[in-house]
Design a protein around this ligand. Sequence first.
Ligand code: PEP
Ligand code: MN
Length: 357
Amino acid sequence: MSSVIKNLITIAGPCSAENPEQLDRTVSQLVTQGIDTIRAGVWKPRTRPNQFEGKGEEALKWLQDLKRKYNIKIATEVASTRHVELALAYDVDILWIGARTTVNPFGVQEIADALQGTKIPVMVKNPVNPDLSLWMGAIERIQGAGIDQISAIHRGFSSFQQTRFRNPPMWQIPIELKATLGDIPLICDPSHIAGNRKMLFDICQKALDLNYDGLMIESHYDPALAMSDAQQQLTPQALGDLLVRLQIRNVSSSNSTFINKLDELRDKVDHLDREIIEAIAARMKMVEQIGSYKRENNVTILQMERWKEIIQSRPEWAKLLDLNPELVMDIYKLIHQESIKQQTDIFNSNHSDSTLT
Ligand code: PEP
Ligand code: MN
């Protein structure tokens, strides 16, 4: 795969292959920007019917012609046995499984079965819903078909709530995937995360800061004319400009002053983590005492007034300490959930010292 930036997999191309002219103009300009791996969807999984659903087999022919003309690699999305067979027949170099297919183990298995005996690289997008196991399961099915060049594409997760992202990234999920399957390259698709052009740079930079292995970015010679995802596509020139602005970080440093300082700081973090965990454990002990007391007095576990007071005061305390109140709120939701669970266990147990037994 291409490497406009040293050691970074860089894939770009239009959301959809629309017609031979659109493809040729886009690809020739991307090649000028140093891109040699082109993405283009020929079968488009559209959320609602009666939208542009891709040109199918005829678009594979256009891509095959461009592959020869520009000496590039071609990547496209497949969602069925037929798609895999056609993509292979037209010399597609890399396949990807889309977010709407990754959610469906039957669909992924069908693709895996069709891939048996081939060696084509496959990229697996995250499922639309934030489910790490589903993503891993899809990767495992493709591994099971004997494919050894597999990468994971992070394209964000759909959300019922309106957010500033089209698909909120929820970075902790791909980070966990990478931690579990360390040897699988992780590629960020900022286009489907952002859904617009203005956030692309920040998302790409964040992906690089998190040591991602690559980027897959949508690009169209004239985004305003795009038949799908017009708002998020960049011109090849804008894409080139974005790539040169990215800061490349080192994965580590052999500088001994850096290493010593980092060790020292991490030591402090370890101590603080220990204190946090000890404080949570002490808090849980109190929660248990309160649970027994509630049970003895026959009052409900959930006391709405008390919970309201907590969700009001804790974010306020956080703000006073320059801490993100939303982070503190999230932590308290988890703590409260666990507290209720602990107290429910106490209510359901047969304490011999309880007045209720
Ligand atoms: C795409 O890459 O154009 C696409 C359809 O993406 P996703 O599967 O992430 O929605
Ligand atoms: Mn798209």
